[in-house]
Design a protein around this ligand. Structure first.
Ligand SMILES: Cc1cc2nc3c(=O)[nH]c(=O)nc-3n(C[C@H](O)[C@H](O)[C@H](O)COP(=O)(O)OP(=O)(O)OC[C@H]3O[C@@H](n4cnc5c(N)ncnc54)[C@H](O)[C@@H]3O)c2cc1C
Length: 432
């Protein structure tokens, strides 16, 4: 789409400048000039009283995509240094569920991109993939945006999957929008729920009273992807569809979907997809890969998380949280308030704008339970909340709630833990 100003008609009245929500119109003397911030929203076209602004694409027919040509579900099986990311396995399970709901013939394929990554295929099969596409080339050894975007886009054009899902990792968030833009299709970022059947979406929606299902026919056989994600600061759940283009693409945060139980000995189809890639396709040279200390915080894979919030009072409160985490074998998390206060690095943040986690036990210490924090941890298996305010919303999601001062409660838990460890080692001693 292109928005243009007709020089002979523009009177320099600046109405369009005021109307533009994106500050995309500058004045050059008495002439309005569209700048690079323009999103083609056409607000200016509607506002101009002199018909001096035109959408040059108006009236052009939209390309009609043959939706029936697209089949199967693809999951981008993200690997780093030859190791599959946990989120890839979670999404293979989710992709399998969606594929089975679409039809008996629909399959879920894991897409492995890299150099000599074929040994990861068995892991993909074990977690539910019916097949694996291998996109291998030595130029893909380390993730690079240009190379990965090109080969993935080429393969999607060739094989035409109906749905493509990525983990919302740094790499997934870099790659998915570029691929979607090249394919001229939509992408919904940070989904927390995916559905293909209207009926299962309604079941889910009925449990989330903010979702309106009144227009939906529960008997509908339509199987477009319903992509649900938090919107407006988490106060609303928005369900987004992609009705006219294919594939339907989403990113999903790590820890939101659940892996299926490992199927030992599972096998499937392996497709070696043709990869056409030259060094000249890649515009960035990777000189060195430096692992930052931040990566040590692996919240999304942690089984126990001890999180601290503003209730700690000051940054030294995290010394107690670290001691607590070390004692129980956990990882340190935090609320955004503690991060914003500069008490701890953002890599520890749990929640809507941090990491989504699903540990076996989540300790929330001095955290009130704001909706944005809950969005990142409420699917934890067991939630233990320690808060001195008995009315704190965190208690509404907690399985165990301790009302009290965390500076008294946590040392008591640590002391009890020490006693239990002592008893355990004594019992081992007696048994021996
Ligand atoms: C767009 C958007 C995105 C956001 N994303 C996130 C996100 O990803 N993650 C996130 O966490 N937040 C996020 N927030 C911020 C969120 O709304 C809250 O402001 C934040 O979670 C509050 O952090 P908190 O619970 O630590 O602090 P508070 O809400 O101030 O709660 C502190 C709690 O500590 C308790 N307390 C105080 N002293 C003690 C004590 N000695 N012992 C025990 N308890 C005590 C208090 O009773 C209180 O309940 C986001 C907000 C917006 C608008």
């Amino acid at each position: 789409m292109a928005i243009v100003v007709l020089k002979d008609k523009c009177k320099g009245c600046k109405l369009c400048v005021k109307a533009c929500p994106f500050e995309a119109i500058d004045m050059d003397g008495k002439l309005a000039v569209i700048n690079e911030k323009c999103t083609s929203c056409k607000q200016c076209v509607a506002t101009c009283k002199f018909d001096a602004i035109e959408d040059t694409d108006a009236g052009k027919e939209e390309e009609v995509v043959d939706l029936t040509a697209y089949k199967h579900v693809w999951v981008y099986a993200e690997q780093r240094a030859g190791k599959l990311m946990n989120v890839a396995l979670e999404l293979i399970g989710e992709g399998r569920r969606l594929a089975r709901e679409i039809s008996d013939e629909t399959k879920v394929y894991a897409v492995l991109v890299g150099d000599k990554v074929d040994q990861l295929a068995s892991e993909c099969f074990a977690y539910g993939a019916d097949g694996v596409y291998l996109l291998e080339n030595d130029l893909l050894k380390i993730y690079n945006t240009d190379g990965y975007t090109k080969v993935l886009t080429d393969s999607i054009r060739q094989y035409k999957p109906e749905i493509v899902i990525f983990g919302a990792t740094y790499i997934g968030r870099d790659l998915a929008p570029r691929v979607a833009a090249r394919l001229n299709t939509g992408l919904t970022a940070d989904c927390t729920r995916l559905d293909v059947k209207v009926s299962s979406y309604i079941d889910y929606a009925n449990k989330n009273t903010t979702l309106d299902t009144s227009d939906l026919d529960p008997n509908s056989t339509e199987t477009g992807l319903k992509q649900t994600r938090p919107a407006f600061g988490g106060n609303l759940m928005a369900t987004i569809i992609c009705p006219r283009t294919r594939p339907q693409m989403s990113t999903v945060r790590p820890g939101v979907m659940t892996k299926i139980d490992r199927i030992e000995g599972a096998t499937g189809e392996i497709i070696n997809a043709p990869v056409e890639l030259a060094a000249s396709d890649i515009h960035v040279e990777i000189v060195d890969v430096v692992k930052s200390a931040k990566e040590i915080v692996s919240l999304s894979d942690a089984e126990i998380i001890c999180s601290g919030g503003r209730g700690l009072g000051d940054p030294s409160g995290f010394d107690l949280i670290r001691e607590f985490a070390a004692k129980v074998g956990g990882v340190v998390g935090s609320s955004r308030a503690a991060v914003d206060a500069g008490w701890i690095d953002h890599s520890h943040q749990v929640g809507q704008t941090g990491t989504t986690v699903k540990p076996k036990i989540y300790f929330a210490c001095g955290i009130s339970g704001a909706i944005q924090h809950l969005a990142g941890m409420q699917t934890s298996d067991i939630i233990v909340a320690i808060n001195k305010d008995p009315d704190a919303p965190i208690f509404e999601v907690a399985d165990f709630g301790i009302v009290g001062d965390l500076y008294k409660v946590i040392p008591e838990i640590i002391a009890e833990w020490d006693k239990a460890e002592e008893l355990y080692s004594e019992s081992l001693h007696h048994t021996a």
